[in-house]
Design a protein around this ligand. Sequence first.
Ligand code: DAH
Length: 339
Amino acid sequence: MLGKINELTAEIGGLSANSAGEAEELRIKYLSKKGILSLLFDEFKNVPSQEKKAVGMALNQLKNSAHEKIETLKKQFNQQSDKGENIDCTLPGSPFPTGTRHPLSIVKNQIIDIFARLGYTVAEGPEMEDDWHVFSALNFPPEHPARDMQDTFFIGTNPDIVLRTHTSSVQVRVMEKQQPPIRAIFPGRVFRNEAISARAHCIFHQVEGLYIDENVSFADLKQSLLYFAKEMFGQDTRIRLRPSFFPFTEPSAEMDISCSLCTGKGCNMCKNTGWVEILGCGMVDPNVLENCNIDSKKYSGFAFGMGIERITLLKYRINDIRLLFENDIRFLEQFRTAH
Ligand code: DAH
């Protein structure tokens, strides 16, 4: 019996398998209920009692090493299949977290899209500007408060170099370079020396619009801005123009839209008036045209300027402008859109 056990120990020690199936066959051959080892255990009862101790130990050792051997043979194939064979390529992949556009970019792109449909192109100008483009060419008198340190950021000690306080400066740059017809909008960042609060920030964004040609009238201005308001805030939106004053337009107006929240009945957002202001506009002052070498007898036109933050707050009903600058991902993730 001991001889048989030694033979089997050597035989099992040298086993090998080429597949998981082959390893399973070996398990059945040696370790199953009717396998070779079981038969050997059955024979154990015939072993003379003085040999039982030595044979029993050898038999148990053989059984353990056979189990170990077959396990190792099987494992080698399990590991291989983990490496690739059993991967289901049709399962959905783990989602890859993508970023979102900032709400200000979404709204800026919408504004550009809407005016593009009316034939407006897009131009940009520098954020650091000279006095001429921000103030003088736009008909600001020398004593105008916007030229004051209280309102405007100056670069160093040079009183001529400022951070632009509005994108109207790009009007001047475009008109200096190009003769009418001109139909363009100018999005960009502007800077004002203001305390930061829920309603105001010292850095914000505007979109300026300019349309210069022969025979451009106030009616054209009104119709273009009505189209914009309806496209941006919904087809039921109404507008109203209130007389106002800007140095670079004459006549000038401020435009309100009917409150999108209460549709005109009165609420917190419109301070119970049913209207909210969204932009300034007017017919370009002839002085401004002449400052830019455009013949004011031949050409006329209109301009308008709006704050992108203001439009964004109204559109998404956000009550604090600072949320737009904090870059809190929990806030920004709410603006997943196709834009
Ligand atoms: N530049 C003005 C501002 O920053 C906005 C504005 C008003 C622009 C009237 C215009 C306009 O072009 O015609 O408040």
